[in-house]
Write a protein that binds this ligand. Structure first.
Ligand code: 2HG
Ligand code: ZN
Length: 483
């Protein structure tokens, strides 16, 4: 048995031939031009040639591919919609891994409106699943900017977050059951829609957020919810992050857990969006330091709901926690407000090099973190433009720095390690996480080693060895493996 740190040899031609035969016609890609879109992440930061792109069309074929690779000790990189921020679905540069795309596992197997559950295969795109739930008058509450391309297997494997976590939790909270191909090719079938099942260890949790390092998620059963009858959406102008937290508390005092979204963004993020995203505009006549996109939903028709939402905002303006607010009065207006938030990553791309940090602290500590972080950035990179925005209700900020206006992106890139260390140390000092929702992939393996509790790391490595003794599942992601 090869040790996990031995460099793997190239994939032998006989293995490639066996894989092709198993996959069948249309089940693989090999020409460099066909492989290219799979071999680079969507931000163009990670590249790695794959010995073969495997495109199986069934769980059974995935299992046979994995069994073959297990026998030949060939590394497998699972990939869904290729929207990872951490290079989690991109092969490493050595060229001795195969890429396993789940895109052809596209069936929605069951939609159980009465049982509030939906079972679908890994390659289904999130937007399609949302529509399938809506078609039976149910809500699939997972909501992220890349929902038009992110797929179910990736969402599960990365424990995706997004803009409705405040009310519905991360992907982990939405998964009722999973089907997983294990690293030896066996299929673990726990596709249950059961709400209560206390039979031993909850194995599915191991694979949620494991980024394909413990097995390949091929299907999942998700929890559905009643579709909201009323949606109230506002964009508020705020003096400080502390005022934003006060507004969130006031909304919850008045509306309870009806608040689904509370997204914070600084002035600069709004400026980037209005500059680069056609059809967007600042809803206010004057600039403000901070903004929040706020949404609350009610399950049943309630004519009092939106007025109550509005009166909380009016009271916040009265007591200085907010400076201004607009409330959407139509679906089109709601979409326009959402665009101001959802297009920030795209708008920031137009402003040159950016350093991304996906951090969280407990929400109450955010104002102190934001103040300390601003001082830190001013000291380390005084000309960089700080755009810290995100999921305030979850204590999660995308603590991103853009290169100076018209400036030298190279200089900021050269400082990336120094800045990352300082930001993550500051996060640790605030009891926070250096990876709130984007995972580890290949980008943050060293960070995990540095900041994770050593006992937890030990357990993670023990699980990896137990489930994947030959280290073939997404090698080198999350935990260091063979290089
Ligand atoms: C978001 O919340 C995404 O918009 C992307 O998680 C964050 O681009 C980013 O840094
Ligand atoms: Zn986010």
């Amino acid at each position: 048995m090869a040790a996990m740190d031995d460099p793997a040899p190239p994939v032998p031609a006989v293995m490639i031939a066996a894989l092709k035969e198993t996959l069948g016609p249309g089940g693989w890609l090999e020409a460099p031009a066909d492989r290219a879109p799979f071999e680079t992440d969507f931000r163009g930061l990670y590249h790695g040639p794959a010995a073969l792109i495997a495109l199986p069309d069934s769980t059974e074929r995935v299992a046979r591919v994995v069994a073959l690779c297990a026998r030949g000790r060939v590394g497998i990189v699972p990939q869904g919609g290729n929207t990872s921020y951490c290079g989690g679905a991109t092969p490493r540069p050595a060229g001795n891994e195969i890429l396993l795309s789940l895109r052809r596992l596209r069936r929605i197997r069951a939609v159980d409106a009465a049982g509030d559950a939906l079972t679908a295969e890994a390659g289904c795109v999130l937007a399609e699943l949302q529509s399938a739930a809506a078609a039976v008058d149910r809500l699939l509450p997972m909501s992220i900017g890349s929902e038009g391309s992110a797929t179910l297997g990736g969402l599960v494997s990365t424990n995706a977050g997004g803009t409705a976590v405040l009310r519905y939790g991360m992907m982990r909270a939405l998964v009722l059951g999973l089907e997983v191909v294990l690293p030896d090719g066996r299929v673990l079938n726990q596709l249950s829609g059961l709400r209560k099942d206390n039979t031993g260890y909850d194995l599915k949790q191991l694979f949620i957020g494991a980024e394909g390092t413990l097995g390949v998620v091929t299907a999942a059963t998700l929890r559905l919810f009643p579709r909201p009858a009323v949606t109230a959406t506002a964009f508020a102008a705020l003096p400080t992050p502390a005022a934003a937290l006060a507004l969130l508390a006031a909304l919850r005092d008045s509306l309870g857990d009806a608040v689904t979204t509370f997204e914070l963004m600084p002035r600069l993020a709004l400026e980037f969006v209005c500059r680069h995203v056609p059809g967007t505009r600042d809803p206010f006549g004057a600039p403000h330091a901070w903004y929040a996109l706020v949404e609350a939903t009610a399950g049943a028709e309630d004519p009092e709901f939106t007025p109550r939402f509005a009166s909380v905002l009016a009271a916040a303006i009265g007591d200085g926690h907010a400076q201004d607010a607009v409330i959407a009065s139509s679906g089109a207006e709601r979409e326009a407000l959402w665009r101001l938030r959802e297009t920030i990553p795209e708008a920031q791309r137009h402003e040159g090099v950016s350093l991304k940090h996906d951090i969280s602290v407990t929400p109450g500590r955010l104002p102190a973190f934001i103040a300390a972080g601003a001082a830190l950035v001013a000291r380390l990179a005084p000309h960089a433009r700080l755009v810290a925005y995100g999921h305030l209700g979850d204590g999660n900020l995308h603590y991103n720095l853009s290169e100076p206006a018209g400036g030298d992106g190279g200089a900021l890139s050269r400082q990336s390690e120094e800045i990352r260390r300082a930001v993550h140390d500051l996060v640790a000092a605030h009891g926070g996480s250096f990876s709130a929702e984007h995972g580890i992939g290949q980008a943050k393996v060293g960070e995990l080693e540095r900041y994770e509790d050593p006992v937890a790391l030990d357990l993670m490595r023990a699980m990896k060895r137990t489930l994947d003794p030959h280290g073939i599942m997404n090698p080198g992601k999350v935990l260091r493996g063979s290089e």
